[in-house]
Structure formats: structure tokens, C-alpha cells
Design a protein around this ligand. Structure first.
Ligand code: NAG
Length: 398
């Protein structure tokens, strides 16, 4: 995903779904209220690529690009996407809301059967908030506004979307973060608010969401300690906090999240891995590269029998590599490059994957023979650095 700064004025529309209706002889006839809502929205858009030309008052809206209907002719999907899926669009085409309007997009609140609303890189030009009328779409399950350049605050009305399961709001501008009201979204499974210039995460009430799988506030302006209350979230997959200014130790409370499979905190300023990491029993991936983490690899990591990936490259970690990690049955990716680890690579380490970036010992002060299961890895996995290492793929030990 590009940052908002990279988004030019060029945005294109795609209709992945129009064929569904157009192709079938039994296309439902568009509901007049829904058609009028879409035409009103169209009238608010600059569309010099003429993507919405087929959106005409004289035609059935169930055949329009980007629109699908149910058998009653009510619009169930509105999906306006960007250039990737529309390769034949002219390069200077754009689809964005005209400047200086009142309530851009508010007519969409009339689409009462809408289940999925998806805009990607169709732009509100950092001049408009998310229309609060979207909070009165009772059937909505998926709200995807990625790269839409909406401004904050996130309207509290969205908390009324009782059916909402996916809320993806990356690439907008919400400095105050997540409002209290989103704690009411009882069906929500996925919440992404990355790349939004957020200065605070927002309301602790989101810990009331008991069906969340994933939580992503990466690529924002979040600073200070990672809030301990994040440990009250219920997650069954991952927490993504990377590319922020967080400082201080990673709070051990994160491992109160029982089902957590992946902790992803890269490119911040966090300083320590807490010993409570051993309580993260479901953990499969620990991704902490490019931070300011000092100290040893905690021995508690050896309790995590599901661990597949440790990535702590480009930190300030030191000390020996714990032999107990070599007994983790699923560990395949071990990226500790550019730290100050010393001593031998334990003989029970490996085999590890050799894909780019997955395993890297370089830039440390390791010494002694490279274990047999690692001898198939490339020289670049161990060099530069580690002058005391020897044996395949490096020169023989003396
Ligand atoms: C390991 O990291 C070093 C330093 O960043 C890099 O030069 C080397 O290419 C990396 N090795 C692999 C196998 O990616």
C-alpha cells in the first residue's frame, strides 16, 4: 500500500462484479431508491476517466460496473477499486470527490441492503470524513475504505453496524484513533487502521470486541510505551504495531492474549522482550526487527512449542544463543542478524529456511563450528561478521 503522500490524483475504477449481473438474462431490476443514491454519489465525483459513464438514469443499476444486487434489485455490493485491477485505464484518469461539497457520500446511507462497501484509492482528498450515514446500513458486513484519504474523526455512527465483521481503514487520516463507539461492533473479526497518522490508538473499549482475530495499528505516529491494556484484547491471530515510535519494553501483558499467533512490532524504539513471552503459548511468529532491544534472547522462548519464526535482526541484543531453542520442533526461521550475540551456534540448531531474510546470523560475534543442519545455507547467512565461525558453508575449522 502506498502512503497517502504517494497517492497522486490518478485513481481508477474497477468493476470486478458487473459481469455477474450483466451476463445473466435474469438480472434483477434496480430499486429506484438505490439507483438514485448511486446517481447522487456519481454527481459528486470527478471522473475524467469516464469509469462511471455506464451509471445512467436510463439503465438498470444492477448492471453497472462496481455494483451487484440481490434478487429484489437492492444493491448489496458497491466496489470502486484502483488501477491494479483496471489495466486499460488511461494514466491520467481520476475518480475523486469534488472539492467544497457538503456531506460527500452521504447518499450511500440509502443503500439499506448493502453488505459490502469497498473503496480503494478512490479519494476523499483529505477534505471529507467518512460519511456518518454509513452507520445506518443494517446489513453491512464489510467496510473497506483503504487509501480513500478520509479525515477524522472516525464517526461514532459506525458503532451501530451490528453485522460488521471487517473494518479496514488503512490510508486515511485519523490522528485521534479509534473512537469509543467501535467497542459496540460485536461481530467484528478484523480491525485495521494502519497508515493513518494516528497519534493515539484511541479507546480502550475496543477490548470489548470478543470476536477479533487481528488488530493492526501499524505505520502511524504512536509513541511512548505500548499500552498495557492491549493485553485485554481477544485475538486469535495477530497484533501488528510496527512502524511507530513506541519506546520502552514490550509489555508482558500482551501475552495475556491467549490465542495470539503473531506479534509483529518492527521499526519502533522498543527496548526489551519481557520474560512473560513464555506465556504466549500459541505464538508462531515473533517479529521484532529494527528496534532498540537490548539483552539476551529470553530463555522463556523455549517454552513456545509452536514457534516457527524469530526475527530480531538489527537490535542491540547480546549474550549466547540458548541451546533450548534448538529443540523447538517447528522453528524454521531464525533471523538474528546485526546484533552482538556471541559464543557458538548450538549444535542442535536447524534445519532453517534459507529464503531471503528468513534466517540470518550475520553481523554478530558468533564463533566455533557451524552445525551440520545449517551447512546448506549460503555464506551470506553468516557473513559479514562472525570472524570466529568455521565449517561449511564457510572455510574448514582449524
Ligand atoms: C544477512 O544480513 C546481512 C546484513 O544485513 C546481509 O548483507 C546479508 O545479505 C543477509 N543474508 C541473507 C541470506 O539474506
Amino acid at each position: 500500500m502506498g502512503s497517502p503522500g504517494q497517492l497522486t490524483w490518478v485513481f481508477l475504477l474497477v468493476a470486478l462484479t458487473s459481469a455477474l449481473c450483466r451476463g445473466s438474462s435474469a438480472a434483477a431490476v434496480c430499486n429506484v431508491v438505490d439507483k438514485q443514491a448511486l446517481l447522487t454519489f456519481k454527481s459528486q465525483l470527478i471522473d475524467n476517466g469516464k469509469f462511471l459513464d455506464p451509471w445512467k438514469a436510463t439503465t438498470n443499476c444492477c448492471t453497472w460496473p462496481g455494483v451487484t444486487c440481490n434478487s429484489a434489485g437492492r444493491v448489496t455490493t458497491l466496489s470502486l477499486l484502483d488501477t491494479f485491477a483496471f489495466p486499460n485505464a488511461p494514466a491520467d484518469a481520476q475518480l475523486k470527490v469534488k472539492p467544497g461539497l457538503k456531506g460527500a457520500g452521504s447518499s450511500l446511507g440509502a443503500l439499506k441492503a448493502l453488505k459490502r462497501l469497498e473503496f480503494r484509492n478512490v479519494v476523499f482528498s483529505f477534505a471529507y470524513p467518512i460519511p456518518r450515514e454509513l452507520g445506518s446500513l443494517p446489513a453491512l458486513t464489510d467496510l473497506v475504505l483503504i487509501g480513500t484519504q478520509c479525515i477524522g474523526p472516525i464517526p461514532a455512527e459506525l458503532g451501530k453496524l451490528k453485522s460488521l465483521s471487517t473494518l479496514l481503514l488503512d490510508g486515511n487520516r485519523f490522528p485521534d484513533g479509534i473512537p469509543d463507539a467501535l467497542g459496540d461492533l460485536a461481530s467484528l473479526t478484523s480491525l485495521q487502521v494502519a497508515n493513518n497518522q494516528m497519534k493515539k490508538i484511541g479507546s480502550e473499549r475496543i477490548t470489548l470486541l470478543k470476536n477479533l482475530q487481528a488488530f493492526d495499528v501499524s505505520t502511524n505516529l504512536l509513541s511512548g510505551p505500548i499500552p498495557k491494556w492491549l493485553g485485554k484484547l481477544t485475538l486469535s491471530d495477530y497484533i501488528q504495531l510496527g512502524q511507530n515510535q513506541f519506546s520502552g519494553p514490550i509489555p508482558g501483558e500482551l501475552c495475556n492474549i491467549r490465542g495470539l499467533k503473531r506479534i509483529i512490532i518492527f521499526e519502533t524504539k522498543v527496548t526489551a522482550i519481557p520474560p512473560q513471552i513464555g506465556n504466549c503459548a500459541a505464538l508462531e511468529e515473533l517479529v521484532l526487527f529494527d528496534n532498540k532491544i537490548a539483552g539476551k534472547l529470553p530463555l522463556e522462548l523455549a517454552k513456545l512449542k509452536k514457534l516457527q519464526r524469530i526475527s530480531v535482526s538489527r537490535n542491540q541484543m547480546s549474550g549466547p544463543l540458548p541451546p533450548a531453542l534448538g529443540d523447538l520442533p517447528l522453528l524454521r526461521e531464525f533471523d538474528i542478524g546485526q546484533n552482538k550475540f556471541s559464543g557458538p551456534i548450538p549444535a542442535n540448531y536447524g534445519p532453517f529456511d534459507e529464503d531471503e531474510l528468513s534466517t540470518n546470523f550475520s553481523g554478530n560475534q558468533l564463533s566455533g563450528p557451524i552445525p551440520k543442519p545449517l551447512s546448506n545455507l549460503r555464506v551470506a547467512v553468516f557473513r559479514p561478521g562472525n570472524p570466529g565461525l568455521c565449517g561449511a558453508p564457510l572455510p574448514k575449522c582449524k
